[in-house]
Design a protein around this ligand. Structure first.
Ligand code: NAP
Length: 252
């Protein structure tokens, strides 16, 4: 039974693995046996040190995932160094906050580029590689509670995370029969850089905690199990789903 979740021999490409949720996911995948290609603009020194303990191979691919990210070069480098790509986790993401009446075009474009455009083209490049390998693959997008809800003062973020939910289903429809599973994890409220402004605002912090049945913010390690599951053989018949890991937020 446990073998169902074993990722030995698999290579996982994880974006934004230097910190937060991406770090939690990379560490969990490595713990299940996968080798990790970490993609991002900040060297993931801490993640590399944690993963070294698991014995998994680790390689950092330096790339700014904003405008014009060279996504096919990212996949090529992973293949060159680690031999293949079996799993893609589109985790890197950014957020900008302003009233909709004041929201700037620059903040719209940046967030849509990092959170939606790059994940699509990275999925395309990874899927081409997976198809060439002939053994299928797993793609996991990181969605949000704002894939379900509207949010406030985060217009481009809500658009991007609602978009990633739709894109996850579209890619699943096109690639399921080719052996590629495309799914998403929808984290609730996690204590990372992304939510620092919310946690520093006493009122927002209290309001958010008051709605989480689990009674606490999520920690990046809370997402590891869901990522290993969706990356493993256990999820072979799961396509186009959004898996909330939210301490019960959506149940309220
Ligand atoms: P985080 O700690 O701010 O991490 C974001 C990651 O994305 C970092 O590795 C960051 O790299 C990377 N990134 C941002 N812009 C980039 C760019 N242009 N090029 C390359 N890398 C870039 O936030 P997090 O909470 O872990 O977020 C991870 C994912 O979870 C995001 O997609 C976020 O939207 C999603 N999410 C988070 C929550 C939450 O409650 N925290 C809830 C729902 C969804 P740098 O360190 O170099 O900036």
């Amino acid at each position: 039974m446990l073998d169902l979740f074993n990722l030995k021999g698999k290579v996982a490409l994880v974006t934004g693995a230097n910190t937060g949720i991406g770090q939690g996911i990379a560490v969990a995948l490595a713990g299940a046996g996968a080798d990790i290609a970490a993609v991002g603009r900040t060297p993931p020194t801490e993640t590399e040190a944690i993963i070294a303990e698991t014995g998994a191979r680790f390689h950092f691919i330096s790339a700014d995932l904003g405008k014009g990210a060279p996504v096919s070069a990212v996949v090529e480098e992973a293949v060159m160094v680690l031999g293949r790509v079996d799993i893609l986790v589109n985790n890197a993401g950014t957020i900008r906050r302003a009233d909709a009446l004041e929201f700037s075009e620059a903040d719209w474009d940046l967030v849509l580029d990092v959170n939606l455009k790059t994940p699509f083209f990275l999925a395309q490049a990874a899927a081409r590689q997976m198809l060439a390998q002939g053994e299928g693959g797993k793609i996991i997008n990181i969605a949000s509670m704002l894939s379900y809800q509207g949010g406030i003062r985060v217009a481009s973020y809500t658009a991007s995370k609602s978009g990633i939910a739709g894109l996850t289903k579209l890619l699943a429809n096109e690639w399921a029969a080719k052996g590629i599973n495309v799914n998403a994890i929808a984290p609730g409220y996690f204590a990372t850089n992304n939510t620092e402004a919310l946690r520093n605002d006493e009122q927002r912090n209290r309001d958010i905690l008051g709605r989480i049945p689990a009674g606490r913010w999520g920690a990046p390690s809370d997402l590891g199990g869901a990522a290993v599951f969706l990356a493993s053989r256990a999820a072979d018949y799961i396509h186009g789903t959004l898996l909330p890991v939210d301490g019960g937020w959506l149940a309220r």
